[in-house]
Design a protein around this ligand. Sequence first.
Ligand SMILES: Cc1cc2nc3c(=O)[nH]c(=O)nc-3n(C[C@H](O)[C@H](O)[C@H](O)COP(=O)(O)OP(=O)(O)OC[C@H]3O[C@@H](n4cnc5c(N)ncnc54)[C@H](O)[C@@H]3O)c2cc1C
Length: 506
Amino acid sequence: MNRADGREAERRAETHDLDVAIVGGGIAGLVTAHRLNSRPRAGRPRSVCLFEASDRLGGQVQTEQRGDWLLESGPDAMVTAKGSAIDLCRALGLGDELVPPLGAATFSVVRNRRLHPLPAGFRTIAPTEPWPLLQSRLFSWPGKLRMLCEPWVSASAASTSDGAAEDETVEGFVVRRFGREVYDRVAEPVLGGLFVADATALSARRVLGPFVELELRNGSVLRGLRSVPATPVGAGRGSGNDAPAQLTLKRGLGSLIRRLADEIPASWVQLGCAAKRIERSREGGRWRIETASGTWRSREVVLACPAPHCAPLLHAAAPEVARALEAIRFASCVTVNLVYRRRDLTHLPNAFGFFVPRSESYRILAAAFASEKFPARASKGHVVVRTFLGGALDPGAVDLDDATLSGNSHDDLAQLIGAVHPPLSTHVHRFRNAMPQFDVGHLSRVADLRSAIAGQQGLHVVGSGMGGYGLPDCVTSGEAAAEAISRSQRRTAAPSPLASPSVSMS
Ligand SMILES: Cc1cc2nc3c(=O)[nH]c(=O)nc-3n(C[C@H](O)[C@H](O)[C@H](O)COP(=O)(O)OP(=O)(O)OC[C@H]3O[C@@H](n4cnc5c(N)ncnc54)[C@H](O)[C@@H]3O)c2cc1C
């Protein structure tokens, strides 16, 4: 063994002791760390380390301020129906920065190469106002009639022994309740676009849960919606519910990440430090985490990265958890922010964006008019348009170069919203294996994952690791993991030899 090898072996033999190791510095990992740090002393771990593979915190939350342009490449809003992310903003003193959208949420869908607004009162898949539906040019007359007949369509007899509906595809559910046109012209582009998914595989229970419940309880979705007018299901224009369905932060969602990062002790965070392998320590009851900065031994491990990133870490130590993580499919996607002069968009609709059915010959899945949706995204003369590409049905898009992705986006926008000149600026972001796919049976796969994890003391999986999607769910799961760790910390509150990250020889 030469001297360099010897030093390496010595370094590898060093094991740093921790109470909690967090793998991943996206919103879920940061919330876990923040919550642990805010616990009363008895439940607060003394030594915590958050390992983040990249050189920045925030994961999919990516806000960039370029002069007057505020560009969100990942999430841009928090739904109000699930309050945890918004409550967290308030708790962190960001309440005054919460802003609603600029007006009522309206979207269009492409049909025969033209944009058609969704009729007012259309809640995701359900038309709640007959008059706007009858006026809409998105649907045929037989299609409209079929939708309005939904209350007389017999309900599915399929339900499990606990009374919950058995899962079926979104396609099956929507066609059964509202007819083929609602699936082809609305559900497929909107839900396929939102979840960058193959809509034919989507789970009705996961994606349209409240509608499935309405059928189960009332025998009809529309009858159910009439009996609960303020239901949060797909609140939007004409829904009779004036509260905004979404909020964002004035200076972008990156300000939530900055605030969380400021609240966490700097000594807890290691950037550019990927976890490579997790094993059971030879000393019972501990985990051994190999990272780019050395080997760590920890009582509790929180995996806070998308399932395809977590699974390989656990192959040796917890193969059944790794298998359950692998059972949840993920897809990659790309967003491109394009900044145009307002006068160069000759057919910019009065909407927040549009969705594109896969049957139309465009590459983009959807586009959001970011500067029309939220305030302070661009100066008056400019429009920020964000396109979405890739997903389960176009897996190759994520490997295309920036120029092709921007070019495809601009070409599609030229045809659909009259972009007559190239954009002033384009910004491409790739999200590899970041989007959980809610295929039929998703909820049972998550339940299997939960029980596999329950058998592993001190192991926690949060956020997109659990196949979750959306900031509120990531916040909730990070908080729950921190609570569980604090409880076990209090149980083992006997004096610990583990002070702040110390180095000992294993
Ligand atoms: C384009 C897009 C738009 C979206 N829009 C919205 C929206 O408007 N509203 C909403 O609520 N949600 C939205 N989402 C979903 C939301 O962004 C995610 O659910 C959430 O950000 C996931 O957070 P996370 O912490 O679980 O994972 P991530 O944000 O993916 O963070 C995981 C972190 O783990 C790190 N990591 C991976 N492997 C390792 C390793 N081995 N060691 C150490 N670190 C590792 C990664 O570098 C990353 O920083 C959107 C997502 C995308 C992609």
